[in-house]
Design a protein around this ligand. Structure first.
Ligand code: GTP
Length: 265
């Protein structure tokens, strides 16, 4: 068995989930921006391009289950309430291996006067290259939150169109459905987001596809030429072009020396 994942402060996935996920830390443990450790995080040992994804949504919609399913292909039914863990894995996108980091975020509570958006959530969204907004088809309030969360993403990324996918989870619980997944699709279309209806408990492929499409969108937005490897090669100094004046002068000197030698014979 590999090394145990560090146990984060506060609540976390159950022991079973923890043992499945090797490469994990909490937001608090994330290296400070600009530090050497952060640079390692950004590229990984192999210098791969990095895609950072934040998973947001109301409490209990299945965010942790979704992330764990994506990372391990397993559904682990029971999680303690989440304090915000960061997970990493690699994915193949169009022949390129990308390092991806997935940030699970604490569930949002809805109050009469709006969202309880703490600074931790804002920080996660600011940090992300792409966002998964999750709602549950068994919870109408979680559906109503989508618009506000999308707005928050836009506010925190002014001037950029961040790739966002809306995920309607718990598709297996049709008997207690409160939201028709069609509504989710319509809203996603209006917001210009991709949409997936999934059952984290019953299907891995849909979960994988939702993350895959985000990675693809991000990778298209960050052309490979911006990778540090490429930038490094462009920093290698080009040989200086020969100075023509200098060459001419030296040629003349050599010529006159030869003439002198010939005349002295
Ligand atoms: N039937 C069913 N249950 C699910 C599905 N996805 C998640 N669950 C269950 O829903 C409950 C909540 O899942 P979590 O992953 O903890 O939800 P969360 O959004 O991370 O919750 P917070 O940590 O409070 O934000 C758990 O009991 C899961 O087993 C699903 O697709 N189908």
């Amino acid at each position: 068995m590999g090394p145990r994942a560090p146990v984060p402060h506060g609540a976390a996935p159950t022991g079973a989930a923890m043992r499945l996920i090797q490469n994990m830390c909490t937001i608090a443990e994330y290296p400070a921006p600009g530090s050497a450790a952060a640079a390692d995080y950004c590229l990984g040992a192999a210098g791969r391009r990095l895609v950072k994804i934040a998973v947001v949504g109301a409490s209990g919609v299945g965010k942790t289950a979704l992330v764990v399913r994506f990372l391990t292909k397993r559904f682990i039914g029971d999680y303690e309430r989440n304090a915000g863990n960061l997970y990493t894995r690699q994915v193949q996108i169009e022949g390129e291996t990308l390092a991806i980091q997935v940030q699970d975020t604490p569930g949002i509570q809805v109050h009469e006067n709006g969202l309880s958006c703490n600074e931790q959530l804002n920080r996660c969204i600011r940090w992300a290259d792409a966002v998964v907004i999750v709602f549950s088809i068994t919870d109408y309030k979680s559906y109503e939150l989508i618009g506000q969360l999308h707005q928050l993403v836009q506010q925190l990324h002014l001037g950029t169109r961040l790739p966002v996918v809306v995920v309607a989870n718990k598709a297996d619980l049709l008997h207690i459905k409160q939201v028709d997944p069609q509504l989710g699709l319509q809203l996603a279309n209006v917001l210009g987001c991709s949409f997936y209806e999934v059952s984290v408990s019953e299907n891995y492929n849909d979960v994988y596809n939702a993350f895959h499409i985000l990675c693809k969108e991000v990778s298209h937005k960050q052309p490979p030429s911006s990778t540090p490897e490429k930038r490094r090669t462009s920093l290698i100094p080009r040989p200086k072009s020969p100075n023509m004046q200098d060459l001419k002068r030296r040629f003349k000197q050599a010529l006159s020396a030869k003439v002198r030698t010939v005349t002295s014979v």
